[in-house]
Design a protein. Sequence first.
Length: 482
Amino acid sequence: MQAVKQPGLRLSAIASSLDFLMPFQPRYSDLLNEQHFYRNPSILELANRPVHPVTLRQLANFGHKLTEKKLLSSANFVRTELPIRLALKVKELQELNFGIANNYHLNQVYQSYCYCVNAFRRAPVINSLEDNDRFCRFISHVLDDHLIILPHLMMGSLEVSVLKSLSQEKLDKFISSMIRSRISRRVIMEQHLSLSKSFQSQSNPVLVKPQNYIGEAFEQGSIYEHLRLTADVVRSFLQSIYPDLKMPELVIEGSDLKFEFLTSHLNYIFEEILRNAFKATISAMLKRNKTLSQEELVKLTPPAVVVQVVPRKDSIAIKFSDQGGGMPKDERSKVWSFGKSPELASQYLKNFYKMSRYDLPDRPPMRDHQFWNVGAGRADLESRTDEKKADSSTGERKDLDGVLGDLGRMESSKKVQKSTLLALARRPFEYTLGISLPMCKVYTDYWNGTLEIYSVQGYGSDVYLTLGKIGTNHDKLQLDRA
């Protein structure tokens, strides 16, 4: 008997998801037309220029013995390097099928990058500390305006998955490339902002840093401290769902290591891994004891989540072990992919839109600002700086007041932002988005690490994480991800 071929995704399934698919709306785009999309000469010219790969240690050399000349050199490196890297991403978007790039969310990314390239191209050469102050205000606004990029990439990838417009392999390659490049650009800009702030605060015209210095944006922290901090956050969120149940304990074994890292990246990776482990442990305990009464359930003690830390010469190895019931074999290979089945992608999209206080601007914020217009550039920068201060005083931002907007702050490790930068990891437990492990893998890979899962269905899972020590002599070109 001949096997019956399973039909593809029915039109009715797509139709049922249309409420959650943001259509391309031309009024939101001045740029998405065939002439600009394929033939923009200024962007193509920039994209053909060579990128300058650098390691964190090379970038930090600007700050080892910081002088005014070095600071201005750093500023001009950012001024000339960033538009090339952005132009390469614009070109990457142009290489997609036009029907994919006109997805509403990917179109927002395309427009943001084009406007940003043009803003950088207009930036004058930085010849003085006053010029650098204005340039720092400019790149601060670039960082803020591009907070929308990450949520648009995530939602765009899900919408592409719903319509099956791109293969899973190609979608993974594209989204991973866009996120890695975003990390590089933000680290380069934030390093310069940190150098400028450090230089302004010094009393001596020459500032000498320790030999192992790798940058102002990186903080030395304890592995134990970060694990406990993130576990406490996850536990408190889970406790709010199961107020009467005992929560899993966190058991840490091995050496307490201190090393320099971007705190926000480290906490995000830890929090997503522990979130999955704690949630699975509670769910498995309830499933095993589904015949018990509520009075009996509250007396149960769930198995601990065990973390083992092992130091290596140039890296740190961490194993997270849980007894959360494990994962079916056919699901393990799919957890690392941004591409999902149309059915799952539709479900995750609905969860995105259900998340409270979700709000993104209708068009790229940078579109409305002409930073370097003659006679207007300084006024606009100062006006926007005043607006930013006003927003900070109220603790609100009009356009980016949602959990996804806050996620964009992940590339910053400043203490003032630590309360909001992990907003995505701290989303309600009922909202599964399907992107936590793919995101963790991108960030882990970026810092020369690895992330793997081994699972025994019916028992539990082990997650193996390695992180390269930043600033060693074996540094790869982390910031070459143009």
